[in-house]
Write a protein that binds this ligand. Structure first.
Ligand code: FAD
Length: 228
């Protein structure tokens, strides 16, 4: 089963879609962290992807759904994973004149969460952001897709971390071990938004927050911190 949406829609279009809210119960809470109403009214999903800011919120959102995008030019079209669209800083797998027309992701995707830390809660781009979709069956992680922004030159799909999590028991130990892998696959730089150490700590906290938010019956901040 897949969900396909037009790449030219705005963040507000998503926010106002009953179908989308049905898929993402916390959609309003998550999307209200994206800039301001005025910017959400005009900024499109494809614009956010192609703008290729390493801290694009909608890019992090769809990376965590392991979304694919359709690129079209004249009568040709091709479909690639969004995670493969970014080759380097503002360097895209996009030919001259190619337009992103659609975004496609699998449903159901389990539980979804989006986290963002910025200097101001609203109307600010992130210091670090992260999103996660996690599917669990009988206490075992079936499928985890986790993204992060602000921790390297491109919006990042955390492949090594996701591979590690798949087929593991959901437990504080698994999450702490996964964070060790996560820390090896990111390369933040110090800038006006924070030092390397601060961004590493932020992403650890956001990574923990996904599990605390989605699986509070199994994971709590105190058991993660005590075991770290
Ligand atoms: C004040 C301000 C605050 C912001 N805050 C945030 C924030 O908190 N979080 C966040 O994620 N972003 C933020 N942004 C970025 C914003 O959300 C948009 O992603 C960004 O400005 C791009 O705008 P746009 O969607 O109108 O795209 P455009 O400016 O129209 O396009 C951007 C690029 O994408 C290309 N493009 C557009 N559509 C397509 C398509 N379908 N196929 C191929 N190429 C295409 C254009 O040619 C252009 O190169 C902010 C921007 C501003 C100005």
């Amino acid at each position: 089963n897949t969900c396909t949406i037009g790449a030219g829609i705005t963040v507000t279009d998503l926010l106002e879609s009953k179908d989308f809210s049905g898929l993402f119960p916390d959609l309003a809470k998550h999307l209200k962290l994206v800039s301001s109403a005025m910017i959400r009214n005009v900024s499109t999903l494809a614009g956010n992807f192609v703008n290729a800011s390493p801290i694009g919120d909608m890019t992090a959102f769809f990376l965590a759904l392991n979304a694919q995008i359709t690129l079209a030019k004249d009568h040709q079209k091709r479909i690639i994973f969004l995670k493969h669209f970014y080759k380097g800083y503002k360097d895209l797998d996009k030919g001259e004149g190619e337009i992103i027309t659609e975004i496609i992701f699998n449903i159901p995707f389990g539980k979804f969460n989006f986290e963002k830390v910025s200097k101001r809660t609203h109307l600010d781009i992130a210091s670090v952001n992260s999103a996660a979709s996690i599917k669990i069956k009988n206490g075992i992680i079936q499928e985890a897709h986790i993204s992060a922004g602000g921790i390297g030159p491109i919006p990042t799909y955390l492949s090594d971390t996701c591979n590690f999590l798949n087929n593991k028991e959901l437990s504080p130990t698994t999450i702490i071990e996964a964070n060790n892998i996560l820390q090896k696959e990111i390369s933040p730089i110090s800038d006006v938004r924070g030092s390397v150490e601060y961004k590493r700590l932020l992403l650890r906290q956001l990574f923990f927050a996904h599990f605390i938010e989605l699986y509070p019956e199994t994971i709590s901040l105190s058991n993660l911190i005590l075991q770290s």
